[in-house]
Design a protein around this ligand. Structure first.
Ligand code: NZQ
Ligand code: ZN
Length: 388
């Protein structure tokens, strides 16, 4: 195992009714917040009212930024940062899924920065400070509620990129599984694919002695396989929603990559699909992931996929390794299909016209080392072609 430092300071209040903790958490650190949310689901399912009640009860003033787009735009981040400065706000509260939370993160650091917040996204500058950030999660998927990452898009320029800063880590997050009961089946499925992809990105690494992290990864994958279909069949099944929610946070809060070099491959490719075609993140991952697995399967990697097949899918360890590996990959695709997720780019309206541009943009120097299997631009292009 490699050396590591692990520190996650986000306070998590998990479970039914935990919204009651929100006001107290904010009051410790802020008096006037920017309330950031998406297209209106929180107004329809009552979450907005519960949040507003908390703010009122605790004498916390707020200004609203509604309308955050799925794949949040830099233009919305700029508007949010300007609102914080204009109204002298001292905190940011995100209510929603990963898009609202990521947008709020970029706003929190953008409000404390004299330049353009896109500087953080493109790596021109690193945040030096941020307003305290609070989240109320309504969708199990990205893990943004407990990680320091924000993914922001400039769709006009076909750019979508993540940045990472300790100043983006939420101070406190409310995770009430009941708030996800209204999530439609397609978004529930996309969320499950996202959680599984985060887990795969950490699990398939060149180092194989990270026993605790790998065991946890396998448990998260089994949790998705058990509870994903249950949440789709019974949207108000608390056990299913609660387990998916907690799996989402732990798939990406850093624990699974402790002790090993990890470079995320499939996410870098998917971000290009979203950047060029504005598709749902989890859908893109479901299309690409089994194809990436098939592409990197070889004599050296097959035992890792075989282990995954035995430990996660319960395959018979007596079978030949290559057969186990191929069956495990087939099972991954069949599972995504069973959730109703698309399996090809054609199904989401993507043809071969931009594949080369997307492959070039997806590649980064980390793909050459510290990665499960190194990928060139041509390899990425091949994976995209396999996905057509
Ligand atoms: O906008 P509203 O009206 O709220 O509707 C949303 C949106 O249409 C809806 N929704 C969310 N909760 C709901 C609900 N509808 C009914 N009931 C509820 N309880 O679902 C739709 C999708 O929401 P969004 O926030 O876009 O989804 P998600 O959580 O999957 O976030 C996706 C974004 O996060 C980024 C993705 O790239 C994408 O931009 N990611 C962020 C990461 C991070 N911060 O660590 C890592 C991920 O790999 C990912 O890249
Ligand atoms: Zn993801």
């Amino acid at each position: 195992m490699d050396n590591f430092t692990y520190s996650i300071s986000t306070v998590v209040h998990f479970g039914k009714g935990q919204i009651k903790m929100l006001g107290g958490e904010i009051k410790k650190r802020a008096t006037r917040v920017l309330l950031v949310y998406g297209g209106g689901s929180i107004k329809r399912n009552g979450v907005y009212d519960a949040v507003a009640e908390q703010l009122r009860k605790n004498d916390i003033e707020w200004v609203e930024l509604p309308g955050v787009e799925p794949n949040p735009r830099i233009t919305t981040v700029r508007r949010g940062a300007a609102l914080c400065r204009e109204h002298g706000l001292d905190g940011v509260l995100a209510v929603g899924g990963g898009s609202s939370i990521d947008c709020a993160k970029a706003i929190a650091v953008g409000a404390c920065y004299a330049g353009d917040p896109w500087d953080f996204v493109c790596g021109k500058a690193a945040p030096q400070k941020g307003l305290p950030l609070f989240t109320v999660l309504t969708m199990a998927a990205t893990g943004s509620e407990m990680d320091p990452i924000a993914v922001i898009s400039d769709i006009e320029a076909n750019r979508k990129q993540g940045f990472n800063s300790p100043h983006c880590l939420p101070a406190a997050s409310i995770l009430d599984p009941c708030y996800t009961f209204t999530l439609p089946a397609n978004q529930t499925a996309a969320g499950v694919a996202d959680i599984m992809s985060h887990t795969f990105e950490n699990y398939f690494s060149p180092i194989e002695d990270s026993f605790l992290a790998d065991g946890m990864a396998e448990t998260i994958l089994k949790g998705c396989i058990k509870y994903g279909p249950m949440a789709i069949a019974q949207p108000d099944n608390y056990e299913a929603r609660a387990n998916l929610m907690w799996c989402s946070s732990w798939a990406i809060n850093g624990f699974l990559k402790m002790g090993k070099p990890v470079t995320w491959s499939v996410h870098a490719i998917e971000h290009q699909l979203s950047a060029f075609y504005d598709i749902t993140h989890g859908v893109g991952l479901a299309i690409l992931t089994p194809n990436w697995m098939r592409y990197v399967l070889n004599d050296k990697t097959q035992h890792r996929f075989a282990d995954y097949g035995v430990r996660v899918w319960g395959l018979d360890p007596a079978l030949p390794q290559r057969q186990l590996a191929e069956t495990a990959i087939d099972k991954t695709r069949e599972f995504f299909n069973s959730l109703g997720l698309p399996a090809t780019l054609a199904q989401v309206g993507i043809d071969d016209s931009q594949l080369e541009a997307m492959a070039k943009q997806a590649w980064n120097p980390r793909f050459a080392s510290s990665v499960f299997v190194p990928l060139t631009v041509e390899d990425i292009l091949n994976i995209l072609k396999m996905s057509l």
